[in-house]
Write a protein that binds this ligand. Structure first.
Ligand code: ASP
Length: 454
């Protein structure tokens, strides 16, 4: 049995949903279908989820938002019309949305959660209706009834471990099951959403829960590329990746697959196959536990902007027991999470996402570290980009760091920091944001020139 997930661009119009239908029915093993809300139809279009959030906020502020609500309803009605669904169904979509927006707003955060989730929920109902119209036994599955329990963290819900056993019963339900992505329910039966793009998580959790043989993730590109195609034209496609490689790549900016979505499939040993709805016969990319390493050390290069480093130096830091803990505790007291911490004998840099700091927090943290830890110097460097070279092959290849730094040197790019974790799946280079593109291009050229398939 396979779990198949379709992203928003695969469901943005009636035409797209017809492609989804063809893909699902072409393989009887495709039994559980996870759907996103309708996404963009063209680059400047709005995703339904973004419209829902904007509309929900307006309702909270002004008590109504007729224009926006109509825009949302019309998007669905247009799709329903393109699929020749009965007018009664379109009327039902309309009344469901109106009822939802006029619902209980005593807890604004939970109100918004329900609004956000409705994008996928109503889409799943619509798609089930279409499958039935085409003569397929299909049904909409409500995540609460199915047993998808999540933690109480609005916009960042985590799946509770008991969900997996509870979802197993879906295996024995007959027909194609259309399951809305992106949200689950807490123990009180309230809706909570995952982080953005979280339908990938739903698919992975279901694949684990029903012990699927494969989790297929349909999107709008032929494969995961070895580098961002906006930075390098026509980059190499990746045929096979390990879970760990994919996790590293999606952490550092590869948006094809949500970085939290791998764990459930990985734990159950279920391979993930990324495929293109618009080109379903393309081979796509398989994410597996182990792969044969035919290429060189690097499988992909990812990069992400918006980091800064807090540099702390203190003479004899290496001898001071508890220095690192106290430093991280200061950040914890400000609710700041850190990403990396390369260190020297008398200094340490803490890399964090810049969005967590504003001027006043930054100043307070610097003072705090200076006085509490008796540091000699504390400075914050802004505008950093992190570039990750990723590949299991690095463990076996000698000289990857040398090749990378030489390529950067040749391109006249100063490396602000280097970090390699002990797993040796990735190597990280910090450079100034303005150099990000040039650095990625130089590294791509070094590791991929002449490579045919990764
Ligand atoms: N519709 C949600 C979002 O835009 C979730 C998803 O598409 O996976 O974030």
């Amino acid at each position: 049995m396979k779990v198949v997930k379709f992203g928003g661009s695969s469901l943005s119009t009636g035409e797209q949903i017809k492609k989804v239908f063809d893909i699902v029915i072409s393989d009887p093993e495709r039994k559980i279908v996870v759907v996103s809300a309708p996404g963009k139809r063209y680059p400047t279009d709005e995703k339904i989820t973004d419209l829902l959030i904007a509309c929900g906020k307006k309702y909270l502020e002004f008590g109504s938002a007729t224009e926006l609500l109509n825009e949302i309803i019309n998007r669905y009605i247009l799709i329903a019309q393109e699929l020749n669904l009965p007018i009664t169904f379109s009327n039902k979509i309309k009344s469901d949305f109106i009822q939802l927006f006029n619902g209980n707003k005593r807890n604004p955060e939970m109100f918004l959660e329900a609004i956000k989730a409705s994008g996928e929920d109503i889409n799943a109902k619509l798609i089930a209706e279409y499958f039935q119209l085409r003569g397929i036994e299909a049904r909409y599955i409500n995540p609460n009834e199915a047993g998808l329990l999540v933690s109480d963290e609005p916009g960042n819900a985590q799946v509770l471990s008991e969900s997996y056993n509870r979802l197993f019963h879906l295996r024995s339900r007959s027909g194609v099951l259309i399951f809305p992505g992106f949200f689950g329910y807490n123990e009180n039966g309230e809706v909570l959403t995952f982080s953005r793009s979280g339908s990938d998580i739903t698919g992975s959790v279901l694949a684990n829960g029903v012990k699927a043989t494969l989790y297929e993730n349909f999107t709008d590109v032929d494969a995961v590329y070895s580098v961002n195609p906006y930075i390098v034209t026509r980059p190499k496609e990746i045929r096979e990746l390990t879970y760990r490689e994919m996790r590293e790549l999606s952490y550092a900016g590869f948006s094809v697959f949500h970085d939290e979505a791998l764990i459930p499939a990985y734990r159950a040993g279920i391979p993930v196959h990324v495929k293109n709805t618009n080109n379903p016969f393309a081979p796509g990319t398989r994410i597996v536990n182990e792969r044969e390493q035919l290429n060189g050390p690097v499988v992909g290069i990812a990069s992400d902007k918006g980091f800064c480093s807090i540099y702390v130096s203190k003479y004899l830091m290496n001898r001071e027991i508890g220095f690192g803990r106290k430093l991280l505790q200061i950040l914890e007291s400000y609710g700041i999470s850190y990403e990396h911490s390369p260190s020297g004998i008398d200094d340490i840099s803490i890399i964090i996402r810049e969005s967590q700091l504003d001027e006043s927090i930054e100043k307070r943290i610097i003072d705090y570290i200076m006085h509490e830890l008796g540091a000699d110097e504390v400075k914050v460097e802004h505008g950093l980009a992190l570039i990750m070279l990723v590949g299991e092959g690095m463990r076996k290849n000698v000289g990857t760091a040398a090749r990378a730094s030489q390529a950067l040197a040749k391109a006249e790019i100063n490396i602000e920091m280097i970090n390699q974790g002990s797993s040796e799946v990735s190597m990280m280079f910090g450079v100034k944001e303005i150099n990000e593109r040039k650095a990625v291009q130089a590294l791509y050229h070094e590791f991929f020139a002449g490579v045919l398939v990764v």
